[in-house]
Design a protein around this ligand. Structure first.
Ligand SMILES: NC(=O)C1=CN([C@@H]2O[C@H](COP(=O)(O)OP(=O)(O)OC[C@H]3O[C@@H](n4cnc5c(N)ncnc54)[C@H](O)[C@@H]3O)[C@@H](O)[C@H]2O)C=CC1
Ligand SMILES: O=C(O)[C@@H]1CCC=N1
Length: 267
């Protein structure tokens, strides 16, 4: 399987790292190109052993997959620059937020296109990625796509219309957890802990809880911590009084609407 990464920033690097680390691909089957930053390409070549796309761009013609990993504003120019080198049957795998499959097909023709939304935990192989694909993607290519994406974490196949919700819950989700961690730390300091101790306690509490979340139902886990009339019950009562679920609901709704709006802006 040959892959060309068009766009060689942090998301492309996370994926390259995952592919090589999990032995899904050998470095010699991966090529990279970007807009103009040759030093960046040389870094990726030296660090991972991947190829740099040459002036003739023949790597594109031989690609089974092309990873699109640039900012939405750069998609049009990037696809314009590679279009004449695309072969029928090459799958375009886009991780670009907000740009629809239909828009990509308008720019490249009737190629198979998959649209994925990973998150930054891809860097440590723990992304929660949602993916949707066009009808041109064959069954074999679907299996290959799952392999490619599972090297950076879990994969959930969804309808394209659900990708805005995926973006809110999983794409932006890590930032919401980090914000919760900031709030817990500040509250710990306000309750008398040193910043250093509060930071350490919050970091390990969330890491431990994240591991526990893999093993049981979320509500069951919460109930096990909550003794009748105890400290957790008092804290949860305060969250309920302040309508915590409504606040989180609105946060996800706003993020999802923004994802829809970004898509419309691009069209
Ligand atoms: N970082 C994140 O948390 C997530 C990012 N994404 C999406 O992934 C995409 C890439 O994000 P990052 O890797 O963080 O961006 P980045 O800014 O680190 O990298 C962008 C790359 O695109 C290249 N590029 C720009 N114009 C180009 C052109 N015309 N032709 C070829 N290459 C071109 C740049 O040279 C650079 O290598 C974005 O669309 C973003 O929405 C998706 C999910 C999560
Ligand atoms: O905030 C954003 O727009 C992007 C999409 C998902 C994570 N970061």
């Amino acid at each position: 399987m040959n892959i060309v990464c068009v766009g060689a920033g942090s998301m492309a690097e996370s994926m390259i790292h995952g592919w090589i680390n999990k032995r899904i691909l050998s470095p010699r089957n991966i090529s990279v190109m970007n807009k103009s930053d040759v030093e960046r390409l040389e870094f990726l070549r030296d660090e991972y052993g991947v190829n740099i796309v040459q002036k003739e761009k023949t790597e594109l013609e031989n690609a089974d997959f092309i990873l699109l990993a640039m900012k939405p504003k750069d998609v049009r120019a990037a696809l314009g620059g590679i279009q004449e080198h695309l072969s029928p049957g090459t799958v375009i795998l886009s991780v670009v937020a907000g740009v629809s499959i239909q828009t990509i097909q308008k720019l490249v023709g009737d190629l198979p296109v998959a649209r994925a939304m990973p998150n930054t935990s891809a860097k440590i192989g723990k992304s929660a990625t949602g993916v949707a694909w066009s009808k041109q993607v064959t069954l074999d290519q679907q299996y290959e796509l799952r392999d490619l994406l599972s090297s950076i974490g879990s994969v959930t196949v969804v309808q394209e219309s659900q990708l805005d919700a995926v973006t809110a819950v999983a794409g932006s989700g890590p930032a919401f957890v980090y914000y919760f961690a900031e709030a817990m730390t500040e509250a710990g300091v306000n309750s008398g802990l040193s910043l250093e101790d509060a930071t350490k306690l919050v970091r390990h509490t969330i890491a431990g809880a994240a591991d526990m979340l893999q093993q049981a139902d979320f509500k069951e886990l919460r109930k096990k911590v909550t003794s009748p009339n105890g400290t957790t019950a008092a804290g949860i009562a305060s969250l309920e009084k302040n309508d915590f679920k409504r606040i989180i609901g609105e946060c996800i709704e706003q993020a999802s609407s923004r994802s829809q709006a970004l898509g419309r802006e691009f069209e």
